[in-house]
Write a protein that binds this ligand. Sequence first.
Ligand code: BG6
Length: 511
Amino acid sequence: MANTVDPHILIIYGASGDLAQRKLIPAVFDLYRGGYLPDNFALLGASRTDFTDEAFRQKVVFENEFFDDKQKESDKLEAFSKLLFYQDLKAYDGAEDAKKLKARLDDLSEQFSTGHNYIFYLSTPPKLYSTIPKALEAVGLNKPEDGWSRLVVEKPFGYDEQSAKDLNEELQSVFRENDIYRIDHYLGKETVQNLLVTRFANGFFEPLWNRNYIQSVQITAAETVGVGSRGGYYDESGALRDMIQNHLLQVLAHVAMEPPIRADAYSIRGEKMKLFQSLREIKGEDVAKQVVRAQYTAGETKDGEVVSYRDAEDVPDDSNTETYVAMKFFIDNWRWAGVPFFIRTGKCLPLKVTEVVITFKNPPQALFANQDRYAMECDNQLIMRIQPDEGMAMEFGMKVPGEGFRVKNVDMDFFYRDLTTKDVPESYSRLLLDCMKGDPTLYARGDSVEQAWAFVDPILDAWKKNEAPLAFYEAGTWGPEEAEKLWDGIPHANWRNPQESLTEEKHYTKL
Ligand code: BG6
């Protein structure tokens, strides 16, 4: 992996679309403002809409409503815009288009002295993920003789294991695996990367990080928003595909994988693959016992009144698509044998929050158990807040001053905002920069994407056959009661319902 960024051209397919405006252009601009882009750089937007270079610059730079105030007020806007160009395409896979694109890239390469180094970013509907690379291959843009060529692919990467395999095969027939960057924006989050640092840069966690000391692990990714105007996409996807197969299994991998031998792409992605291979399959009648799927009904969230999912735009009235999933599962390896893992995610929940909670086992003897009403109301938990209010808290019991041995839960905390005054980089900036450097560590490898699908496929199958019921929950609540039952048989444990601030909650305190 190189640590510098070679001169290159970034080509964004689907440049007139939502993702490009909302995330990609602001991220590239941040890299530009921060001085991370090479001196020789250009960006070419490509899509079917007709734009001149000037109109494109106007739309995605000067009139981009997704730029934050600092970006909008930056004195670098004008200079940045001059690096942006646009190429309209009739059809993404047409031979004529490919030739036109190649000629345009040759011109720009000369004009900006970028050599023939290209990043092709596919921000298009997934059905184009295999046709665009073929068109690039036809004009040799996948393997330029005197340069490099990388491909960035947005989610969804496949719809199930088979389609992910097919897509991998098609892409790998055009690009080398190491040049294929499957983006998962959760991996660009500082706090997700920090899970690795927490575990592997500190000596005292490792001895505890296993079945001997950990009672359970839970991951919650809650959102207040409903499906909004994304009903068309979402109804075909559902929460399991949209959040768990990719983002949350990646978070899980960071929490549960074995220590890699080095902090490089090969070692880290190899350990993640092993972890995915160790996930115990949930299938047949176990799906109903271990996985709760649910859909929101009308209610009120922090954002206001919400109509039921079935009444949302572009959602059929009889849709059985899940907007919430809670699941319990196991990892069959030495470290985690017997430890239950829980994941839940949902739309229209009370808060926007993602966190990982490690609950440690109680001491072997409950010495202070019968003291009085305060006693043993504590749990030893490590809460790793991915977003917002990024940080970490360790909860444990301390003696309440005064008579007897009253135990009260207290916490020690750390907040990212205390560590740096710099703005934490946006996921997309970090990930794009890594791709520019040729470092795929924070991108998903082809085989592990397939393996993650292999874990969720049997669940999707059971749902398709209606082998597990669909539950309902009112928008603005923490989800259906059925999710609580997943914890049956596990003493002193349940979902931890987070509060707005990481340490606001003193949920075990009975004072
Ligand atoms: C996207 C999903 O990948 O992640 C969305 O398609 C979801 O449905 C989003 O809202 C959540 O991302 P974040 O970074 O806001 O937690």
